[in-house]
Structures are given as structure tokens and as C-alpha cells.
Design a protein around this ligand. Structure first.
Ligand SMILES: Cc1cc2nc3c(=O)[nH]c(=O)nc-3n(C[C@H](O)[C@H](O)[C@H](O)COP(=O)(O)OP(=O)(O)OC[C@H]3O[C@@H](n4cnc5c(N)ncnc54)[C@H](O)[C@@H]3O)c2cc1C
Length: 300
């Protein structure tokens, strides 16, 4: 079986691309390998006309709308892919193989949560990474930032837009004199005791617990997890990466492999539902352009 475009990933990026390509008359198949990155969150914020909708609901609507124009979906994971000038061959988890003229990776990223007890339990609810996604709901709470690096310093200052009570838990001797002075001037508390755990009740964080068993109140905790591209395809295809580890794409969202484009979180540190959807649109438009010599395939 050969399709015009095989899209791997049915999140905001892949679903937007599927809609655009199906409406352009392309034969599109989407592989949906499971929940998206924001599945632990109950709501999606800052989404045009869908403020607060659940991630599951957004995906359901996106899929239904793409299907209404002829996009097809398969609930399967892609496990391998090989690209050459004749197209791309993709192997699925059930052992079957398919061929596609163009492959679009919309596979997202995986957050590598720190191994601090309590983080995983409350992740996406009261232990979060992004003030734009969660700051309003967690506003005015005693808030802790667990991060020793530049990102933690920046985030601590940024959070003062949502709450007056920010403590940066950075561990001992991690801040420069300038950083310390700046944060203190802004009104951020600095706590250098090493963190041992978070005290959580269900999905609600209550405290940050230090190695000496002392603790501070914190009902919102921000972390900046490392991340990596989700799944085996970027490595299997030998795709070039950026310095930050994202799949490198050009202005048309093409990767370093022939016939393979990518969009969404896997391509950029700017990560949000609408940003992913927007890059899915860009990728789809240029893929459609690329396929002009294949003629029109829509038969509906
Ligand atoms: C806890 C949390 C809350 C967030 N809240 C918000 C918010 O409120 N507002 C906002 O704008 N952004 C939010 N984000 C960011 C948002 O989730 C991402 O920017 C967005 O989901 C990226 O879309 P995507 O399509 O690139 O990837 P994803 O949504 O992660 O979708 C990728 C899809 O590809 C599938 N996949 C991966 N590999 C394979 C494979 N090999 N085969 C088949 N399928 C595969 C995955 O299962 C997944 O379904 C949040 C993120 C997190 C972690």
C-alpha cells in the first residue's frame, strides 16, 4: 500500500496537517500511537476559540474533522522507517509495512521527569512546566521552582506575574552573584537546601521536603524537565538534530532525510498546542506543493 503522505502522530501538529492535506485532495493516513504530551493535564489553555478544552476533546474534534475530508486513521505505532529517493518505507508495531511518497513526523517529545518522589504523581496538575499553560489556575499560590540552572532563574522571575510567593529551590552554590542579586531584588526567595521529595496528596502538591527533613509550603511547583523526541523514528531515519536535540527542519519543515518532513514539538523549543498546529499547517502546505507532480488523488 502506498499513500501520498503518512503522518505519524495524531496530536495538534499531525491533526492539523491531516486536515490541510485531506482538504487539498491528498491521500492521507495518520498513525495514532497513543496519548499526546499534555494527556496528564485536564485542560488546554491559550487555544484559539477552545480555551480550556480537554486535550482528549481537542484530539477527538481534530480527528473527526480530518476524517470528514477523507483522512484515514490507524491506531498503530510506527517502529522503523527508511527513506530514499523513491519514497519512505515504514514498519508498524504489528509487523506490517507501508510505503509513502512523503512521511510527516508529528511525533512530539517525551518529558523526562526528575526522579524526585511526588513529581510524577502531581505532574500536569500542580507540578507543571509552563506558566502560560498553568499559571492562571495556580495563581497566588506559594510556588516553588525546582531548577538549578539558567531556566530556573528565568522562570522564577517570570512567575512573579502570577504570584508574589516564589521560592527557587536551586541546591547549594548553584547561583552566580549576579543571579542571586537579581532574584533577591525581584522578591524571589532562594532556598539552597537539597530537595528530597514533594509532599503530595493525590494530584495536589503541598510541600517541598528537603534532605534534612525540613520543608516549606508549596501548592504549585514548576520544573523544567529535559526532553527527547518521542519514539524511535528520528534516530531510525538518522535525522539531523539541533543543539537542543530537536529534529532539524528547514523553513519548509523538511528534515535532512529525503521525503521526510517534521512538525510540532519535535522540531522546536517553542511548544504549545497552537504553535504545533501552525507548524503542521506549514508542513502540510509545502508537502502538498512537493507532490504537484503526483497529480490529484482525491476520489470522494
Ligand atoms: C502537562 C502539560 C500540559 C500542557 N498544557 C498546554 C496548554 O494548556 N496549552 C498549550 O498550548 N500547550 C500545552 N502543553 C504543550 C502541548 O501539549 C504540546 O505543545 C502539544 O501537544 C504538541 O503537539 P504535537 O502534535 O507536536 O505533539 P503531541 O501532542 O505530543 O502528539 C504526538 C503524538 O504522536 C504520537 N506518536 C509518537 N511517536 C509515535 C509513533 N512512533 N507511532 C505512532 N504515533 C506516535 C504520540 O503518541 C502522540 O499522540 C502542555 C504540555 C504538557 C506536558
Amino acid at each position: 500500500m502506498t499513500v501520498d503522505v503518512l503522518i505519524v502522530g495524531a496530536g495538534p501538529a499531525g491533526l492539523t496537517a491531516a486536515l490541510v492535506l485531506a482538504r487539498a485532495g491528498r491521500d492521507v493516513l495518520v498513525l495514532d500511537g497513543g496519548p499526546g504530551r499534555n494527556a496528564p493535564a485536564a485542560h488546554s489553555h491559550n487555544v484559539f476559540t477552545r480555551e480550556g478544552a480537554s486535550p482528549t476533546e481537542l484530539r477527538r474534534i481534530g480527528r473527526t474533522q480530518a476524517e470528514s475530508y477523507g483522512a484515514r486513521f490507524l491506531e498503530q505505532e510506527a517502529v522503523r522507517a527508511e527513506a530514499d529517493e523513491d519514497g519512505v518505507r515504514v514498519q508498524l508495531a504489528d509487523g506490517s509495512e507501508m510505503k509513502t511518497r512523503r512521511l510527516l513526523l508529528a511525533t512530539g517529545v517525551e518529558d523526562l521527569l526528575p526522579e524526585i518522589p511526588g513529581v510524577a504523581e502531581a505532574w500536569g496538575e500542580t507540578v507543571v512546566h509552563c506558566p502560560y499553560c498553568h499559571g492562571f489556575e495556580l495563581r497566588e499560590r506559594p510556588t516553588a521552582v525546582l531548577d538549578a540552572g539558567e531556566k530556573g532563574v528565568h522562570l522564577s522571575g517570570l512567575l512573579l506575574g502570577w504570584t508574589d510567593h516564589v521560592t527557587l529551590c536551586c541546591g547549594p552554590d548553584r547561583l552566580s552573584g549576579d543571579e542571586r542579586q537579581r532574584l533577591t531584588g525581584l522578591g524571589v526567595d532562594i532556598d539552597e537546601r537539597p530537595v528530597a521529595a514533594l509532599g503530595v496528596e493525590g494530584r495536589d502538591v503541598r510541600t517541598v521536603v528537603f534532605e534534612d527533613d525540613s520543608q516549606i509550603d508549596a501548592t504549585a511547583v514548576y520544573i523544567q524537565p529535559d526532553q527527547r523526541p518521542r519514539g524511535p523514528l528520528p534516530d531510525a531515519l538518522g535525522l539531523e538534530h539541533t543543539e537542543l536535540g530537536h529534529v532539524r527542519v528547514d523553513e519548509f519543515m523538511r528534515t535532512s532525510a529525503p521525503g521526510v518532513s517534521a512538525c510540532g514539538d519535535v522540531t522546536s523549543p517553542m511548544q504549545a498546542v497552537q504553535i504545533a498546529a501552525s507548524s503542521g499547517f506549514t508542513a502540510a502546505a509545502f508537502l502538498n506543493n512537493d507532490l504537484i507532480d503526483q497529480g490529484r488523488t482525491y476520489t470522494g
